[in-house]
Design a protein around this ligand. Structure first.
Ligand code: PEP
Length: 249
C-alpha cells in the first residue's frame, strides 16, 4: 500500500523567525499521525535550520527543500547542493516545480541531473510535472506529461523509483484557486502518468510510485483528492502557509 504524503511548499515565503513561529503553532496543534501518513514542510533554504530546530529529533513532520543544484560543491554562486541539504536534516527535495520551469528555464536534462544528485545523497526527490492551460486546450496534455516523466526519470536504476514521488500539478491550477477535480486528476494519473512510468520501469514499479496532486488544494477540497485510488497525497502551496488551513488538509 502506498503511504499518503502531504507536502507544504512555502515557496519564497517566511523569514527564519516567521518560520519558527509558524512551526511552534503547527506543532502545538498537529494531531497524532496514523501510520500511513507522512507530513513534510519545505521552507526556503534560509529557514531550513530554524524549522529543523523547531521540529526537534522526533517530530512527526519531516523537512524538505524546494530545489537543489546537481553538483556537490564548487564555483556555483548562489546554489545549494544535496550534501548541504542532507546536512541540514532534509529528507525530501522538490525538483522541477513549474515555477522553476517557467521562471528559470529548467528543462528535462537539467531536471534529471538534479534528480540524480538528490538520489546520490539519499534525498527523496519529488518530481513536479504538469501541463499549461495552452497545452491542455490544444490536447497535448498526455504527450507533455509523458515527456516530462521520461526526461526526469529515464535511465535510473529501477530501485531508485522506490524513493521517488511524482507531483502532478496542472500549471493552470497552481495558485489560481481553480483546482482540478478529484476525478479528472485521478484519470490523468491512472491513464497517463502511471503508464508513462510503466513504459520505463514496468507495471509493478509504476503502481508502487507515489503520485501526489498539486494545484489549489485547500481544506475544503483535499478530501476529494485523497479519496481517489491513484492519488497518494498532495503538494500544497498557498494553503500550507496558514496553520489552520494546513491542519484542515
Ligand atoms: C505549488 O506551489 O506546488 C502549489 C500547488 O501551489 P498552490 O497550492 O498555491 O496552488
Amino acid at each position: 500500500m502506498r503511504t499518503i504524503l502531504i507536502v507544504g511548499n512555502w515557496k519564497m515565503n517566511k523569514t527564519a523567525s516567521e518560520a519558527t513561529a509558524f512551526m511552534r503553532g503547527l506543532l502545538a496543534r498537529v494531531p497524532a499521525q496514523p501510520a500511513n501518513l507522512e507530513l513534510v514542510v519545505a521552507p526556503p533554504f534560509t529557514a531550513l535550520e530554524s524549522v529543523r530546530l523547531a521540529l526537534g529529533a522526533s517530530s512527526p513532520i519531516q523537512l524538505g527543500a524546494q530545489d537543489l543544484f546537481w553538483e556537490d560543491h564548487g564555483a556555483y554562486t548562489g546554489e545549494v547542493s544535496a550534501p548541504m541539504l542532507k546536512d541540514l536534516g532534509c529528507r525530501y527535495v522538490i525538483v522541477g516545480h513549474s515555477e522553476r520551469r517557467t521562471l528559470f528555464g529548467e528543462q528535462g536534462d537539467l531536471i534529471q541531473k538534479k534528480i540524480r544528485a538528490a538520489l546520490k545523497h539519499g534525498l527523496r526527490p519529488i518530481l513536479c510535472i504538469g501541463e499549461t492551460l495552452a497545452q491542455r486546450d490544444n490536447g497535448t496534455t498526455d504527450h507533455v506529461l509523458t515527456q516530462q516523466v521520461h526526461d526526469g526519470l529515464s535511465g535510473l536504476a529501477t530501485e531508485a523509483l522506490a524513493t521517488i514521488t511524482i507531483a502532478y500539478e496542472p500549471v493552470w491550477a497552481i495558485g489560481t484557486g481553480r483546482a482540478s477535480t478529484g476525478e479528472n486528476a485521478n484519470a490523468v494519473v491512472k491513464d497517463v502518468i502511471r503508464p508513462a512510468l510503466a513504459a520505463l520501469y514496468g507495471d509493478q514499479t509504476a503502481q508502487a510510485v507515489r503520485v501526489l496532486y498539486g494545484g489549489s488544494v485547500t481544506g475544503a477540497n483535499a478530501a476529494e483528492f485523497f479519496a481517489q485510488p491513484d492519488i497518494d497525497g498532495a503538494l500544497v502551496g498557498g494553503a500550507s502557509l496558514k496553520v489552520e488551513e494546513f491542519l484542515a488538509i
